[in-house]
Design a protein around this ligand. Structure first.
Ligand SMILES: Cc1cc2nc3c(=O)[nH]c(=O)nc-3n(C[C@H](O)[C@H](O)[C@H](O)COP(=O)(O)OP(=O)(O)OC[C@H]3O[C@@H](n4cnc5c(N)ncnc54)[C@H](O)[C@@H]3O)c2cc1C
Length: 589
Protein backbone atom coordinates (compact mmCIF):
# COMPACT_ATOMS: atom_id res chain seq x y z
CA UNK A 1 0.00 0.00 0.00
CA UNK A 2 1.33 3.48 -0.78
CA UNK A 3 0.12 7.01 -0.10
CA UNK A 4 1.16 9.77 -2.44
CA UNK A 5 0.30 13.47 -2.33
CA UNK A 6 0.34 15.21 -5.70
CA UNK A 7 0.51 19.00 -5.52
CA UNK A 8 -0.06 19.77 -9.22
CA UNK A 9 -1.87 17.81 -11.91
CA UNK A 10 -1.29 18.80 -15.52
CA UNK A 11 -4.51 17.90 -17.39
CA UNK A 12 -2.82 17.86 -20.79
CA UNK A 13 -2.12 14.56 -22.52
CA UNK A 14 1.19 15.12 -24.30
CA UNK A 15 2.12 13.09 -27.33
CA UNK A 16 5.60 12.62 -25.94
CA UNK A 17 7.27 13.34 -22.61
CA UNK A 18 11.07 13.45 -22.87
CA UNK A 19 13.06 12.86 -19.69
CA UNK A 20 16.44 14.61 -19.68
CA UNK A 21 17.54 17.71 -21.60
CA UNK A 22 21.08 16.61 -22.41
CA UNK A 23 22.07 16.24 -26.06
CA UNK A 24 20.12 13.00 -26.50
CA UNK A 25 16.82 14.33 -25.11
CA UNK A 26 17.17 17.72 -26.80
CA UNK A 27 17.92 16.10 -30.14
CA UNK A 28 14.97 13.72 -29.72
CA UNK A 29 12.72 16.77 -29.29
CA UNK A 30 14.38 18.46 -32.29
CA UNK A 31 13.97 15.38 -34.50
CA UNK A 32 10.30 14.95 -33.49
CA UNK A 33 9.51 18.59 -34.29
CA UNK A 34 11.45 18.54 -37.55
CA UNK A 35 9.31 15.64 -38.72
CA UNK A 36 5.99 16.61 -37.20
CA UNK A 37 5.40 20.23 -36.19
CA UNK A 38 2.04 19.25 -34.66
CA UNK A 39 3.42 16.95 -32.04
CA UNK A 40 2.90 18.06 -28.42
CA UNK A 41 6.04 17.63 -26.32
CA UNK A 42 6.96 18.07 -22.68
CA UNK A 43 10.65 18.00 -21.68
CA UNK A 44 11.39 17.27 -18.01
CA UNK A 45 14.89 18.08 -16.77
CA UNK A 46 16.00 17.56 -13.17
CA UNK A 47 18.84 20.12 -13.19
CA UNK A 48 18.43 23.89 -13.34
CA UNK A 49 20.05 23.91 -16.78
CA UNK A 50 19.96 21.99 -20.05
CA UNK A 51 23.02 20.26 -21.56
CA UNK A 52 23.55 17.38 -19.10
CA UNK A 53 27.16 16.23 -19.39
CA UNK A 54 28.00 19.28 -21.52
CA UNK A 55 28.54 22.52 -19.63
CA UNK A 56 30.20 25.71 -20.83
CA UNK A 57 31.50 27.96 -18.06
CA UNK A 58 33.28 31.30 -17.53
CA UNK A 59 36.89 31.09 -16.36
CA UNK A 60 39.37 33.86 -15.48
CA UNK A 61 42.20 34.14 -17.97
CA UNK A 62 45.10 36.42 -18.91
CA UNK A 63 44.79 40.23 -18.64
CA UNK A 64 42.02 40.07 -15.99
CA UNK A 65 39.53 38.82 -18.55
CA UNK A 66 37.08 35.94 -18.43
CA UNK A 67 36.41 33.58 -21.29
CA UNK A 68 34.33 30.43 -22.00
CA UNK A 69 35.47 26.81 -21.75
CA UNK A 70 33.81 23.39 -21.75
CA UNK A 71 34.13 21.59 -18.42
CA UNK A 72 32.23 18.54 -19.72
CA UNK A 73 32.21 17.03 -23.24
CA UNK A 74 34.30 19.15 -25.61
CA UNK A 75 35.81 17.38 -28.63
CA UNK A 76 34.08 16.41 -31.84
CA UNK A 77 35.38 14.98 -35.07
CA UNK A 78 34.37 15.08 -38.71
CA UNK A 79 34.17 11.29 -38.55
CA UNK A 80 31.34 11.66 -36.01
CA UNK A 81 28.64 12.06 -38.61
CA UNK A 82 25.63 12.57 -36.35
CA UNK A 83 26.91 15.42 -34.21
CA UNK A 84 28.63 17.01 -37.22
CA UNK A 85 25.39 17.02 -39.21
CA UNK A 86 23.36 18.33 -36.27
CA UNK A 87 25.82 21.15 -35.56
CA UNK A 88 25.71 22.13 -39.22
CA UNK A 89 21.91 22.33 -39.09
CA UNK A 90 22.11 24.43 -35.92
CA UNK A 91 24.82 26.65 -37.41
CA UNK A 92 27.42 25.74 -34.78
CA UNK A 93 31.04 26.01 -35.92
CA UNK A 94 34.15 24.13 -34.87
CA UNK A 95 37.89 24.82 -34.76
CA UNK A 96 40.89 22.51 -34.84
CA UNK A 97 42.34 21.19 -31.57
CA UNK A 98 45.90 22.56 -31.37
CA UNK A 99 48.39 19.70 -31.60
CA UNK A 100 51.37 21.13 -33.50
CA UNK A 101 54.68 20.29 -31.91
CA UNK A 102 56.15 17.65 -29.69
CA UNK A 103 54.14 15.44 -27.37
CA UNK A 104 55.22 14.11 -24.00
CA UNK A 105 54.92 10.73 -22.39
CA UNK A 106 55.68 9.86 -18.80
CA UNK A 107 55.98 6.09 -18.76
CA UNK A 108 57.65 3.84 -16.22
CA UNK A 109 58.99 6.88 -14.39
CA UNK A 110 60.69 8.56 -17.40
CA UNK A 111 59.53 11.47 -19.51
CA UNK A 112 60.07 11.06 -23.25
CA UNK A 113 59.32 13.27 -26.22
CA UNK A 114 57.77 12.14 -29.50
CA UNK A 115 56.38 13.82 -32.58
CA UNK A 116 54.23 11.10 -34.13
CA UNK A 117 50.67 10.09 -33.24
CA UNK A 118 52.05 6.97 -31.57
CA UNK A 119 54.09 7.71 -28.44
CA UNK A 120 56.89 5.14 -28.74
CA UNK A 121 60.48 5.79 -27.85
CA UNK A 122 62.16 2.67 -29.29
CA UNK A 123 61.87 0.58 -32.44
CA UNK A 124 60.71 -2.42 -30.39
CA UNK A 125 57.90 -0.56 -28.74
CA UNK A 126 56.92 0.97 -32.09
CA UNK A 127 56.68 -2.52 -33.66
CA UNK A 128 54.81 -3.80 -30.60
CA UNK A 129 52.38 -0.86 -30.84
CA UNK A 130 51.70 -1.57 -34.52
CA UNK A 131 51.07 -5.25 -33.75
CA UNK A 132 48.84 -4.42 -30.79
CA UNK A 133 46.73 -2.11 -32.95
CA UNK A 134 46.60 -4.51 -35.88
CA UNK A 135 45.56 -7.48 -33.74
CA UNK A 136 42.96 -5.49 -31.81
CA UNK A 137 41.54 -3.91 -34.97
CA UNK A 138 41.24 -7.38 -36.51
CA UNK A 139 38.97 -8.46 -33.62
CA UNK A 140 37.04 -5.19 -33.76
CA UNK A 141 36.03 -6.02 -37.34
CA UNK A 142 34.15 -9.07 -36.04
CA UNK A 143 32.14 -7.19 -33.41
CA UNK A 144 28.75 -5.64 -34.12
CA UNK A 145 27.66 -2.71 -31.97
CA UNK A 146 24.02 -3.49 -32.73
CA UNK A 147 24.46 -7.06 -31.54
CA UNK A 148 27.75 -7.71 -29.69
CA UNK A 149 26.92 -11.44 -29.65
CA UNK A 150 26.68 -11.71 -33.44
CA UNK A 151 29.81 -13.91 -33.46
CA UNK A 152 28.88 -16.19 -30.59
CA UNK A 153 32.21 -17.99 -30.37
CA UNK A 154 34.33 -14.84 -30.09
CA UNK A 155 31.74 -13.07 -27.92
CA UNK A 156 31.55 -15.94 -25.43
CA UNK A 157 35.32 -15.87 -24.92
CA UNK A 158 35.53 -12.09 -24.61
CA UNK A 159 32.47 -11.85 -22.37
CA UNK A 160 34.25 -14.02 -19.80
CA UNK A 161 37.42 -11.97 -19.82
CA UNK A 162 38.43 -8.46 -18.75
CA UNK A 163 39.92 -5.69 -20.88
CA UNK A 164 43.32 -5.85 -19.18
CA UNK A 165 43.79 -9.55 -19.94
CA UNK A 166 42.63 -8.95 -23.49
CA UNK A 167 44.89 -5.97 -24.27
CA UNK A 168 47.89 -7.48 -22.48
CA UNK A 169 47.52 -10.57 -24.66
CA UNK A 170 47.98 -8.32 -27.72
CA UNK A 171 51.24 -6.67 -26.63
CA UNK A 172 54.52 -7.52 -24.91
CA UNK A 173 56.52 -4.38 -24.12
CA UNK A 174 55.99 -2.47 -20.83
CA UNK A 175 55.99 0.85 -22.74
CA UNK A 176 53.11 -0.11 -25.02
CA UNK A 177 51.18 -1.56 -22.10
CA UNK A 178 51.71 1.67 -20.14
CA UNK A 179 50.56 3.78 -23.06
CA UNK A 180 47.34 1.97 -23.82
CA UNK A 181 46.51 1.52 -20.14
CA UNK A 182 46.78 5.26 -19.74
CA UNK A 183 44.72 6.02 -22.87
CA UNK A 184 42.04 3.51 -21.97
CA UNK A 185 41.68 4.89 -18.44
CA UNK A 186 40.55 8.18 -19.98
CA UNK A 187 38.38 6.40 -22.53
CA UNK A 188 36.50 4.21 -20.03
CA UNK A 189 37.03 6.23 -16.85
CA UNK A 190 37.84 2.91 -15.13
CA UNK A 191 40.86 0.69 -14.63
CA UNK A 192 41.26 -1.81 -17.47
CA UNK A 193 40.85 -4.84 -15.21
CA UNK A 194 37.39 -3.59 -14.22
CA UNK A 195 35.99 -3.54 -17.76
CA UNK A 196 34.33 -6.54 -19.44
CA UNK A 197 36.48 -7.28 -22.54
CA UNK A 198 33.53 -7.64 -24.92
CA UNK A 199 32.03 -4.38 -23.68
CA UNK A 200 35.45 -2.69 -23.92
CA UNK A 201 35.90 -3.79 -27.53
CA UNK A 202 32.33 -2.92 -28.49
CA UNK A 203 32.92 0.56 -27.05
CA UNK A 204 36.06 0.95 -29.19
CA UNK A 205 34.24 -0.38 -32.25
CA UNK A 206 31.46 2.17 -31.73
CA UNK A 207 34.15 4.86 -31.39
CA UNK A 208 35.23 4.98 -35.00
CA UNK A 209 35.85 1.27 -35.60
CA UNK A 210 39.55 1.11 -34.73
CA UNK A 211 41.88 1.84 -31.82
CA UNK A 212 43.46 4.86 -33.50
CA UNK A 213 40.16 6.74 -34.05
CA UNK A 214 39.17 6.82 -30.39
CA UNK A 215 42.66 7.61 -29.08
CA UNK A 216 44.29 10.32 -31.17
CA UNK A 217 43.75 13.98 -31.96
CA UNK A 218 44.57 13.45 -35.66
CA UNK A 219 42.11 14.19 -38.43
CA UNK A 220 38.99 12.04 -38.07
CA UNK A 221 39.89 11.00 -34.51
CA UNK A 222 38.00 11.67 -31.27
CA UNK A 223 40.06 14.70 -30.14
CA UNK A 224 40.10 16.42 -33.54
CA UNK A 225 38.00 19.57 -33.05
CA UNK A 226 36.50 21.92 -30.49
CA UNK A 227 33.17 23.70 -30.65
CA UNK A 228 32.94 27.49 -31.01
CA UNK A 229 30.80 28.88 -28.20
CA UNK A 230 30.92 25.56 -26.33
CA UNK A 231 29.10 22.25 -26.57
CA UNK A 232 26.26 23.14 -24.19
CA UNK A 233 24.69 25.17 -26.97
CA UNK A 234 23.95 21.96 -28.92
CA UNK A 235 21.12 21.24 -26.45
CA UNK A 236 20.23 24.93 -26.10
CA UNK A 237 19.88 25.42 -29.86
CA UNK A 238 17.89 22.18 -30.37
CA UNK A 239 15.40 23.28 -27.73
CA UNK A 240 15.29 26.87 -29.02
CA UNK A 241 14.26 25.48 -32.44
CA UNK A 242 11.62 23.25 -30.86
CA UNK A 243 10.10 26.20 -29.01
CA UNK A 244 10.26 28.43 -32.06
CA UNK A 245 8.19 26.05 -34.20
CA UNK A 246 5.66 25.41 -31.41
CA UNK A 247 3.37 28.35 -32.03
CA UNK A 248 -0.12 27.21 -31.02
CA UNK A 249 -1.57 25.49 -27.91
CA UNK A 250 -2.17 22.40 -30.07
CA UNK A 251 1.47 21.89 -30.95
CA UNK A 252 3.14 23.42 -27.90
CA UNK A 253 6.41 22.30 -26.36
CA UNK A 254 6.96 22.81 -22.65
CA UNK A 255 10.44 22.61 -21.15
CA UNK A 256 10.46 22.32 -17.37
CA UNK A 257 13.72 22.57 -15.42
CA UNK A 258 14.20 21.36 -11.83
CA UNK A 259 11.64 18.57 -12.39
CA UNK A 260 13.14 15.22 -11.40
CA UNK A 261 11.12 12.23 -12.55
CA UNK A 262 10.33 9.90 -9.67
CA UNK A 263 7.77 7.48 -11.07
CA UNK A 264 6.54 6.11 -14.38
CA UNK A 265 3.23 4.27 -14.30
CA UNK A 266 1.78 2.52 -17.35
CA UNK A 267 -0.80 -0.13 -18.11
CA UNK A 268 0.35 -3.61 -18.99
CA UNK A 269 -3.12 -4.61 -20.21
CA UNK A 270 -3.87 -1.63 -22.43
CA UNK A 271 -0.96 0.12 -24.12
CA UNK A 272 -3.33 2.79 -25.53
CA UNK A 273 -3.70 4.17 -22.04
CA UNK A 274 -1.47 7.22 -21.42
CA UNK A 275 1.61 6.85 -19.26
CA UNK A 276 1.60 8.75 -15.95
CA UNK A 277 4.79 10.50 -14.88
CA UNK A 278 5.32 11.82 -11.35
CA UNK A 279 8.02 14.42 -10.70
CA UNK A 280 9.50 16.23 -7.76
CA UNK A 281 10.38 19.90 -8.11
CA UNK A 282 13.90 20.20 -6.72
CA UNK A 283 13.37 23.83 -5.67
CA UNK A 284 9.91 23.65 -4.06
CA UNK A 285 9.84 19.94 -3.19
CA UNK A 286 6.33 19.73 -4.67
CA UNK A 287 5.06 16.73 -6.65
CA UNK A 288 3.50 17.03 -10.09
CA UNK A 289 1.70 14.59 -12.35
CA UNK A 290 1.89 14.54 -16.15
CA UNK A 291 0.48 12.20 -18.80
CA UNK A 292 1.72 11.23 -22.24
CA UNK A 293 1.08 8.72 -25.01
CA UNK A 294 4.79 7.92 -25.20
CA UNK A 295 7.79 8.53 -22.95
CA UNK A 296 11.38 8.92 -24.12
CA UNK A 297 13.90 8.48 -21.34
CA UNK A 298 17.44 9.72 -22.01
CA UNK A 299 18.84 9.68 -18.49
CA UNK A 300 22.21 8.01 -17.76
CA UNK A 301 21.75 4.31 -16.98
CA UNK A 302 22.96 4.71 -13.37
CA UNK A 303 20.02 7.08 -12.71
CA UNK A 304 17.31 4.42 -13.27
CA UNK A 305 17.76 3.48 -9.65
CA UNK A 306 15.98 6.76 -8.78
CA UNK A 307 12.86 6.06 -10.86
CA UNK A 308 10.12 3.69 -9.78
CA UNK A 309 8.50 1.83 -12.67
CA UNK A 310 5.00 0.37 -12.38
CA UNK A 311 4.91 -2.34 -13.61
CA UNK A 312 8.55 -3.06 -12.83
CA UNK A 313 11.09 -3.00 -15.64
CA UNK A 314 11.49 -6.46 -17.17
CA UNK A 315 13.97 -8.80 -15.52
CA UNK A 316 16.58 -8.60 -18.32
CA UNK A 317 16.78 -4.80 -17.97
CA UNK A 318 16.79 -4.71 -14.17
CA UNK A 319 19.33 -7.50 -13.99
CA UNK A 320 21.57 -5.91 -16.57
CA UNK A 321 21.59 -2.57 -14.76
CA UNK A 322 23.28 -4.32 -11.81
CA UNK A 323 26.40 -5.14 -13.79
CA UNK A 324 27.72 -1.74 -14.73
CA UNK A 325 29.88 0.89 -13.18
CA UNK A 326 30.07 4.52 -14.24
CA UNK A 327 33.48 5.89 -15.19
CA UNK A 328 35.20 8.57 -13.13
CA UNK A 329 36.82 11.76 -14.31
CA UNK A 330 37.87 14.91 -12.62
CA UNK A 331 38.32 17.31 -15.51
CA UNK A 332 40.58 20.30 -14.84
CA UNK A 333 41.37 23.47 -16.70
CA UNK A 334 44.33 25.73 -15.93
CA UNK A 335 44.53 29.14 -17.59
CA UNK A 336 47.87 30.90 -18.21
CA UNK A 337 49.18 34.31 -19.24
CA UNK A 338 51.00 32.84 -22.25
CA UNK A 339 51.57 29.65 -24.21
CA UNK A 340 54.89 28.83 -22.50
CA UNK A 341 54.73 25.19 -23.69
CA UNK A 342 54.29 26.22 -27.34
CA UNK A 343 57.37 28.46 -27.03
CA UNK A 344 59.31 25.26 -26.19
CA UNK A 345 57.98 23.50 -29.27
CA UNK A 346 55.51 21.42 -27.25
CA UNK A 347 51.98 20.70 -28.45
CA UNK A 348 50.61 20.58 -24.92
CA UNK A 349 49.62 16.95 -25.33
CA UNK A 350 50.94 14.77 -22.53
CA UNK A 351 50.19 11.26 -21.32
CA UNK A 352 51.05 10.02 -17.83
CA UNK A 353 50.99 6.34 -17.00
CA UNK A 354 50.70 7.01 -13.27
CA UNK A 355 54.04 5.37 -12.57
CA UNK A 356 55.41 8.35 -10.65
CA UNK A 357 53.42 7.05 -7.76
CA UNK A 358 54.31 7.84 -4.21
CA UNK A 359 56.92 5.17 -3.74
CA UNK A 360 56.76 5.23 -0.02
CA UNK A 361 55.09 7.22 2.66
CA UNK A 362 58.26 9.20 3.37
CA UNK A 363 58.45 10.61 -0.15
CA UNK A 364 54.81 11.52 -0.06
CA UNK A 365 55.15 13.19 3.32
CA UNK A 366 58.16 15.15 2.09
CA UNK A 367 56.20 16.50 -0.88
CA UNK A 368 53.23 17.37 1.28
CA UNK A 369 55.05 18.30 4.49
CA UNK A 370 53.26 21.63 4.84
CA UNK A 371 49.83 20.16 4.21
CA UNK A 372 50.13 16.79 5.93
CA UNK A 373 47.38 17.64 8.42
CA UNK A 374 45.02 18.49 5.62
CA UNK A 375 45.38 15.16 3.80
CA UNK A 376 42.53 12.73 4.14
CA UNK A 377 43.79 9.18 4.60
CA UNK A 378 40.36 7.65 5.22
CA UNK A 379 40.21 5.59 2.09
CA UNK A 380 43.68 5.15 0.74
CA UNK A 381 46.84 7.15 0.27
CA UNK A 382 46.29 9.05 -2.99
CA UNK A 383 48.46 8.31 -6.01
CA UNK A 384 51.39 10.67 -6.35
CA UNK A 385 51.14 11.76 -9.98
CA UNK A 386 47.39 12.22 -10.30
CA UNK A 387 47.10 13.52 -13.85
CA UNK A 388 46.26 11.05 -16.61
CA UNK A 389 46.18 13.10 -19.81
CA UNK A 390 46.72 16.75 -20.76
CA UNK A 391 45.94 18.72 -23.92
CA UNK A 392 46.39 22.26 -25.12
CA UNK A 393 43.16 23.86 -23.90
CA UNK A 394 43.50 27.21 -25.67
CA UNK A 395 40.00 28.35 -26.55
CA UNK A 396 38.61 29.95 -29.70
CA UNK A 397 39.63 33.42 -28.49
CA UNK A 398 43.24 32.23 -28.24
CA UNK A 399 43.27 32.36 -24.41
CA UNK A 400 46.09 30.05 -23.21
CA UNK A 401 45.10 27.04 -21.12
CA UNK A 402 45.97 23.42 -20.43
CA UNK A 403 43.12 20.98 -19.99
CA UNK A 404 43.29 17.47 -18.58
CA UNK A 405 41.87 14.61 -16.60
CA UNK A 406 42.41 12.72 -13.39
CA UNK A 407 40.81 9.42 -14.31
CA UNK A 408 39.62 6.06 -13.01
CA UNK A 409 40.82 4.90 -9.55
CA UNK A 410 43.11 7.90 -9.19
CA UNK A 411 40.07 10.17 -9.51
CA UNK A 412 38.40 8.33 -6.64
CA UNK A 413 41.51 8.65 -4.48
CA UNK A 414 41.94 12.34 -5.16
CA UNK A 415 38.24 13.07 -4.74
CA UNK A 416 38.81 12.45 -1.02
CA UNK A 417 41.33 15.31 -0.83
CA UNK A 418 40.67 19.04 -0.65
CA UNK A 419 40.48 21.25 -3.74
CA UNK A 420 43.62 23.04 -2.55
CA UNK A 421 45.64 19.80 -2.48
CA UNK A 422 44.30 18.51 -5.79
CA UNK A 423 45.24 21.82 -7.39
CA UNK A 424 48.75 21.59 -5.92
CA UNK A 425 49.13 18.03 -7.20
CA UNK A 426 47.94 18.86 -10.73
CA UNK A 427 50.20 21.91 -10.96
CA UNK A 428 53.20 19.83 -9.78
CA UNK A 429 52.42 17.19 -12.42
CA UNK A 430 52.21 19.89 -15.10
CA UNK A 431 55.47 21.49 -13.93
CA UNK A 432 57.23 18.11 -14.13
CA UNK A 433 56.23 17.81 -17.78
CA UNK A 434 56.08 21.37 -19.09
CA UNK A 435 58.49 23.23 -16.82
CA UNK A 436 58.35 25.59 -13.84
CA UNK A 437 56.26 28.14 -15.76
CA UNK A 438 53.29 25.82 -15.15
CA UNK A 439 53.25 27.05 -11.54
CA UNK A 440 52.45 30.59 -12.63
CA UNK A 441 48.79 30.03 -13.54
CA UNK A 442 45.85 32.44 -13.64
CA UNK A 443 43.01 30.16 -12.52
CA UNK A 444 42.60 26.47 -11.72
CA UNK A 445 39.07 25.11 -12.27
CA UNK A 446 37.92 21.51 -11.95
CA UNK A 447 34.75 19.49 -11.97
CA UNK A 448 34.35 16.05 -10.44
CA UNK A 449 31.54 14.56 -12.50
CA UNK A 450 31.00 11.78 -9.98
CA UNK A 451 29.41 14.40 -7.71
CA UNK A 452 27.22 15.95 -10.41
CA UNK A 453 23.57 15.40 -9.42
CA UNK A 454 21.55 13.33 -11.92
CA UNK A 455 24.75 12.19 -13.67
CA UNK A 456 27.07 10.70 -11.07
CA UNK A 457 30.13 9.94 -13.18
CA UNK A 458 31.41 10.10 -16.71
CA UNK A 459 31.98 9.73 -19.59
CA UNK A 460 29.43 6.91 -19.37
CA UNK A 461 28.76 3.46 -17.93
CA UNK A 462 30.88 0.34 -18.42
CA UNK A 463 29.93 -3.30 -18.03
CA UNK A 464 32.14 -4.66 -15.27
CA UNK A 465 30.92 -8.23 -14.78
CA UNK A 466 31.65 -11.19 -16.96
CA UNK A 467 29.12 -13.27 -18.86
CA UNK A 468 26.37 -10.62 -19.02
CA UNK A 469 26.61 -9.16 -22.53
CA UNK A 470 24.12 -11.50 -24.24
CA UNK A 471 21.15 -9.24 -23.50
CA UNK A 472 23.01 -6.01 -24.18
CA UNK A 473 20.86 -4.72 -27.07
CA UNK A 474 17.52 -5.56 -25.48
CA UNK A 475 18.58 -4.23 -22.08
CA UNK A 476 19.78 -0.87 -23.36
CA UNK A 477 17.47 -0.22 -26.33
CA UNK A 478 14.29 -2.30 -26.31
CA UNK A 479 11.17 -0.22 -25.51
CA UNK A 480 9.14 -1.23 -22.46
CA UNK A 481 5.40 -0.85 -23.26
CA UNK A 482 5.25 2.93 -23.97
CA UNK A 483 8.67 3.91 -22.65
CA UNK A 484 11.56 4.23 -25.14
CA UNK A 485 15.20 4.34 -24.09
CA UNK A 486 17.77 6.82 -25.43
CA UNK A 487 20.91 8.44 -24.03
CA UNK A 488 24.48 8.00 -25.22
CA UNK A 489 24.73 4.70 -23.30
CA UNK A 490 22.26 3.18 -25.75
CA UNK A 491 24.04 4.35 -28.93
CA UNK A 492 25.45 2.05 -31.59
CA UNK A 493 28.06 4.58 -32.75
CA UNK A 494 30.37 6.63 -30.52
CA UNK A 495 28.63 5.32 -27.44
CA UNK A 496 29.57 7.48 -24.43
CA UNK A 497 30.22 10.47 -26.70
CA UNK A 498 28.13 13.41 -27.87
CA UNK A 499 27.82 11.78 -31.29
CA UNK A 500 26.27 8.72 -29.61
CA UNK A 501 23.89 11.00 -27.70
CA UNK A 502 22.75 12.55 -31.00
CA UNK A 503 22.35 9.14 -32.66
CA UNK A 504 20.35 7.71 -29.77
CA UNK A 505 18.08 10.78 -29.68
CA UNK A 506 17.33 10.32 -33.35
CA UNK A 507 16.69 6.60 -32.90
CA UNK A 508 14.16 7.02 -30.09
CA UNK A 509 12.42 9.90 -31.89
CA UNK A 510 11.94 7.70 -34.96
CA UNK A 511 10.80 4.79 -32.79
CA UNK A 512 8.11 6.96 -31.22
CA UNK A 513 7.06 8.40 -34.59
CA UNK A 514 6.81 4.86 -35.95
CA UNK A 515 4.73 3.71 -32.99
CA UNK A 516 2.38 6.72 -33.19
CA UNK A 517 2.20 7.71 -36.86
CA UNK A 518 3.40 4.88 -39.07
CA UNK A 519 0.14 5.11 -41.10
CA UNK A 520 0.46 8.85 -41.66
CA UNK A 521 2.11 9.35 -45.08
CA UNK A 522 2.92 13.01 -44.35
CA UNK A 523 5.46 12.04 -41.69
CA UNK A 524 8.80 10.73 -42.89
CA UNK A 525 10.02 8.05 -40.51
CA UNK A 526 13.52 6.55 -40.68
CA UNK A 527 12.55 3.00 -39.79
CA UNK A 528 16.14 1.76 -40.32
CA UNK A 529 17.22 3.82 -37.34
CA UNK A 530 14.72 2.28 -34.90
CA UNK A 531 15.16 -0.60 -32.49
CA UNK A 532 12.39 -2.41 -34.39
CA UNK A 533 14.74 -2.61 -37.36
CA UNK A 534 17.71 -3.51 -35.13
CA UNK A 535 15.66 -6.44 -33.82
CA UNK A 536 15.25 -7.77 -37.36
CA UNK A 537 18.98 -7.37 -37.97
CA UNK A 538 19.79 -9.21 -34.74
CA UNK A 539 17.55 -12.08 -35.84
CA UNK A 540 19.38 -12.28 -39.18
CA UNK A 541 22.81 -12.12 -37.53
CA UNK A 542 21.84 -14.98 -35.21
CA UNK A 543 20.68 -17.09 -38.16
CA UNK A 544 23.91 -16.40 -40.04
CA UNK A 545 26.01 -17.24 -37.01
CA UNK A 546 24.10 -20.50 -36.45
CA UNK A 547 24.64 -21.44 -40.10
CA UNK A 548 28.32 -20.59 -39.85
CA UNK A 549 28.90 -22.69 -36.75
CA UNK A 550 26.81 -25.59 -38.13
CA UNK A 551 28.65 -25.54 -41.41
CA UNK A 552 30.83 -28.61 -40.95
CA UNK A 553 32.05 -28.33 -44.54
CA UNK A 554 33.44 -24.84 -43.90
CA UNK A 555 35.21 -25.85 -40.69
CA UNK A 556 36.66 -29.01 -42.33
CA UNK A 557 37.82 -26.95 -45.31
CA UNK A 558 39.45 -24.41 -42.98
CA UNK A 559 41.15 -27.26 -41.13
CA UNK A 560 42.36 -28.81 -44.39
CA UNK A 561 43.68 -25.51 -45.73
CA UNK A 562 45.54 -24.78 -42.47
CA UNK A 563 47.01 -28.31 -42.29
CA UNK A 564 48.11 -28.17 -45.94
CA UNK A 565 49.83 -24.82 -45.38
CA UNK A 566 51.72 -26.14 -42.33
CA UNK A 567 52.74 -29.37 -44.09
CA UNK A 568 53.69 -27.52 -47.28
CA UNK A 569 55.83 -25.04 -45.36
CA UNK A 570 57.51 -27.85 -43.40
CA UNK A 571 58.21 -29.76 -46.62
CA UNK A 572 59.69 -26.66 -48.24
CA UNK A 573 61.92 -25.92 -45.23
CA UNK A 574 63.03 -29.53 -44.96
CA UNK A 575 64.08 -29.53 -48.62
CA UNK A 576 65.57 -26.07 -48.52
CA UNK A 577 67.85 -26.80 -45.53
CA UNK A 578 68.32 -30.46 -46.27
CA UNK A 579 66.91 -31.36 -42.86
CA UNK A 580 66.47 -35.08 -43.53
CA UNK A 581 70.24 -35.37 -43.82
CA UNK A 582 70.81 -33.57 -40.50
CA UNK A 583 68.14 -35.04 -38.28
CA UNK A 584 66.15 -38.20 -38.51
CA UNK A 585 62.81 -37.24 -40.00
CA UNK A 586 59.88 -39.49 -40.95
CA UNK A 587 60.19 -41.11 -44.38
CA UNK A 588 57.99 -38.68 -46.34
CA UNK A 589 60.55 -35.89 -45.84
C1 LIG B 1 34.30 15.53 -18.33
C2 LIG B 1 33.67 14.96 -19.56
C3 LIG B 1 34.37 14.97 -20.74
C4 LIG B 1 33.79 14.47 -21.90
N1 LIG B 1 34.45 14.60 -23.08
C5 LIG B 1 33.80 14.32 -24.23
C6 LIG B 1 34.36 14.69 -25.48
O1 LIG B 1 35.41 15.31 -25.53
N2 LIG B 1 33.69 14.36 -26.60
C7 LIG B 1 32.48 13.72 -26.56
O2 LIG B 1 31.90 13.46 -27.63
N3 LIG B 1 31.92 13.37 -25.38
C8 LIG B 1 32.53 13.69 -24.23
N4 LIG B 1 31.94 13.41 -23.03
C9 LIG B 1 30.69 12.65 -23.01
C10 LIG B 1 29.48 13.48 -23.46
O3 LIG B 1 29.46 14.70 -22.78
C11 LIG B 1 28.22 12.68 -23.17
O4 LIG B 1 28.30 11.43 -23.81
C12 LIG B 1 26.93 13.33 -23.66
O5 LIG B 1 26.87 14.68 -23.34
C13 LIG B 1 25.76 12.56 -23.04
O6 LIG B 1 24.53 13.11 -23.45
P1 LIG B 1 23.16 12.44 -23.00
O7 LIG B 1 22.08 13.34 -23.42
O8 LIG B 1 23.12 11.03 -23.43
O9 LIG B 1 23.21 12.37 -21.40
P2 LIG B 1 23.28 13.58 -20.35
O10 LIG B 1 24.03 14.70 -20.91
O11 LIG B 1 23.74 13.01 -19.08
O12 LIG B 1 21.75 14.02 -20.22
C14 LIG B 1 20.84 13.33 -19.40
C15 LIG B 1 19.99 14.35 -18.68
O13 LIG B 1 19.02 13.64 -17.89
C16 LIG B 1 18.81 14.38 -16.70
N5 LIG B 1 18.22 13.50 -15.69
C17 LIG B 1 18.81 12.48 -15.02
N6 LIG B 1 17.92 11.91 -14.17
C18 LIG B 1 16.76 12.58 -14.33
C19 LIG B 1 15.47 12.47 -13.74
N7 LIG B 1 15.19 11.54 -12.80
N8 LIG B 1 14.49 13.32 -14.14
C20 LIG B 1 14.73 14.27 -15.08
N9 LIG B 1 15.94 14.43 -15.66
C21 LIG B 1 16.94 13.59 -15.29
C22 LIG B 1 20.22 14.85 -16.33
O14 LIG B 1 20.16 15.94 -15.45
C23 LIG B 1 20.80 15.20 -17.70
O15 LIG B 1 20.60 16.55 -18.01
C24 LIG B 1 32.49 13.90 -21.85
C25 LIG B 1 31.79 13.88 -20.66
C26 LIG B 1 32.35 14.43 -19.53
C27 LIG B 1 31.53 14.48 -18.28
Amino acid sequence: MSIRKIDNIDEEIYDVVIIGAGISGSNAAYELKKKSKNIKILVLEAKDRVGGRTQTIDVKCANNKTSRWDIGGQWVSDSQENVTRLMKELNIQTYRQFDDGLKLLEANGNISIYNSSVPCSSLWSWIDMQLYMWRTNRDLKKISTIHPFSDRKLANTLDLSNAKDYFYSKSVTPTVRSIFTSNMRTIYGLELEQVNALFGLMYLKAGGGNVEAITYSDEGCAQEKRVRGGTQQISQKCLAYVQKVSTTPENMTKILLNEAVLEIIQSEENDDEPVTIITNNTLTDSKSQFRARKVISTIPVNQYINIKFTPELPYYKRNFFKFFQVGNYIKFLVTYKNHFWRAKGLSGEGTYDGSVKWVNEERFKEAYKNEINKLNFNRKMPTFGAVNEVFDGTNEEGEPALIGFIAADTALEWADQSLELRCKEVIEDLARMYGDEARDYVEYVEKNWAYEPYNGGCPCFNIVSSGVMKDYSRATREPFINVHFGGTESATVWQGYMDGAVESGERVANEVLYALYRHDPTIKIDYEKTYYHHKELIQKMNELDAKRSNNKFLSYSKFLVKTSVVLGASYYLAKRFNLNARIKLPKFF
